[in-house]
Design a protein around this ligand. Structure first.
Ligand code: PHE
Ligand code: NA
Length: 459
């Protein structure tokens, strides 16, 4: 596969920055806080951290390691490794399944990322500055009830993504990312520091960190597992491409640990800032996808330089989601390119599909709110509109299933010497990875997947 961003890593840091670009995005700043709120706080957070450690991280290492061992794009890497091990070449279809997952995720990802564009305009025209929390919450409701505006935002964001993918010049963006992402972290740190001074801070800390085991349910457990996969961008073979171009001497486990720590750090900062505001203003933690888009503008409106803060934040969020969405789209286009399609044609076809699905998902907030496309399947399907389906099935079922197969392939199919060499690092770390993957990540993911399929039908 020809992946222009990845042709040569100048340094170990470049690799870490690039994988962080894929990892840090909506998952950290938007999805993590709202799922935490929907699932009652601390128990969700605890489970999420646990799954990051015992499932997300080991499978991330497996996924990047396979790319490194296969020295090619996901499909070829899987085929090459399978053949080398005397296994079926059909393992390559794991990359196709990953592609389907990425496609479904990209459709809602682009739609939601587009909301940042609307908020950029609101930052500039000052319509949210010095407003009451009610007005700010109302502005989000107005956006959700305006299908035309939502479609416009989704279309523009998708064009931004496709433009870069079509041109195949992600390198410039990666570099921009390298310099600007630390600013996003700094801004979140500032917001979290401000949160400490608000009256709701103590309650937010209790809500996030004081375990309340009455809140445990299968939904909480499964949401936490799905979030671990989603936030690390693991389970769809998207990270495999990165391994293929890793510097020879770089330790994969160490790089993966750094990325995971950064990823968790960004989510925690966002969570602390958002919940302190939720409790300071008697907002509902369970308010769902609007949570971040309501709470953070409230913080900006209370702070000096509110226009500038708000503008800076949504610009940086846009950049973070842009790099993540390019990482969602690029493997799809690369796969079509490997079948002889031109980059432009591949981008256009993928883009059209994502545009249609994402546009329908935007209608889930207004005209199609009560349309349940898979309602005939019964169970939870009876109450999930298109947005609900797109934000649960690909992340809670497809990513874990893909991740499970990736882990099984890395541990039980690929010859030990190959995966050992690909993972690099110390022998202790390697053995720890192998044991964790075989004894914890694989059985736990398998068990939870089974549970989630059963709970989908309310068994
Ligand atoms: N990890 C990204 C986020 O948290 C989402 C993503 C998933 C990106 C899968 C690429 C592949 O926003
Ligand atoms: Na993430």
């Amino acid at each position: 596969m020809n992946h222009p961003v990845l042709e040569a890593w100048s340094s170990n840091r470049a690799f870490i920055f690039a994988v962080t670009g894929a990892a840090v995005g909506l998952g950290n700043i938007w999805r993590f806080p709202y799922l935490t709120g929907e699932n009652g706080g601390s128990v969700f957070l605890l489970l999420y951290l646990f799954f990051m450690l015992v499932i997300g991280l080991p499978i991330m290492i497996a996924e990047i390691g396979l790319g490194r061992a296969g020295r090619a794009g996901p499909m070829q890497a899987l085929m090459r490794l399978a053949q080398g091990a005397g296994a079926r070449p059909q393992w390559r279809y794991l990359a196709v399944f990953g592609g389907l997952t990425l496609f479904l995720i990209l459709s809602f990802y682009s739609m939601v990322s587009g909301w940042s564009l609307a908020y950029l305009v609101k930052s500039v025209d000052g319509s949210l500055a010095q407003q009451s929390p009610e007005v700010i919450a109302g502005a989000f409701g107005q956006l959700m009830s305006n299908p035309g505006l939502m479609l416009l935002c989704h279309t523009l964001f998708l064009l931004l993504t496709l433009g870069v993918v079509a041109a195949g010049v992600n390198q410039g963006l990666e570099r921009l990312n390298t310099y600007l992402m630390p600013l996003l972290y700094l801004l979140l740190l500032l917001l979290a520091a401000y949160a400490v001074t608000t009256p709701g801070f103590a309650e937010a800390m209790r809500y996030l960190f004081l375990p309340d085991f009455n809140a445990v349910s299968w939904k909480v457990v499964l949401d936490a597992m799905g979030q671990a996969f989603f936030t690390l961008a693991v389970g769809a073979c998207a990270l495999m491409a990165y391994g293929a171009y890793m510097p020879e001497d770089q330790s994969l486990p160490r790089a993966a640990v750094v990325v995971a720590l950064l990823d968790v750090g960004v989510a925690l900062l966002a969570g602390i800032a958002i919940f302190a505001l939720v409790f300071s203003h008697q907002l509902e933690p369970t308010s769902g996808p609007g949570l971040m888009f309501i709470t953070l503008p409230i913080a900006f409106s209370e702070l000096p330089l509110s226009h500038l803060l708000s503008l800076g934040f949504f610009l940086l969020l846009l950049l973070a989601t842009w790099t993540s969405s390019i990482n969602l789209a690029e493997p799809l286009v690369a796969m079509l390119k490997d079948r002889g399609w031109s980059r432009l044609r591949g981008t256009a076809v993928i883009g059209l599909g994502v545009w249609i699905l994402g546009s329908l998902a935007a209608l889930s907030f207004n005209v199609m709110a009560e349309v349940y496309p898979l309602g005939f399947l019964g169970g939870v399907f009876a109450e999930k509109n298109l947005f609900g389906l797109l934000t649960s099935i690909p992340t809670d079922i497809f990513l874990p299933l893909g991740g499970l197969l990736i882990a099984i392939f890395a541990v039980y199919i690929v010859p030990v010497a190959d995966i050992r060499a690909a993972i690099g690092g110390s022998e202790t770390f390697y053995l720890l990875w192998r044991r964790m993957t075989a004894k914890l990540a694989i059985p736990l993911t398998g068990l939870l997947l089974l549970t989630s399929v059963l709970t989908f039908w309310g068994v």
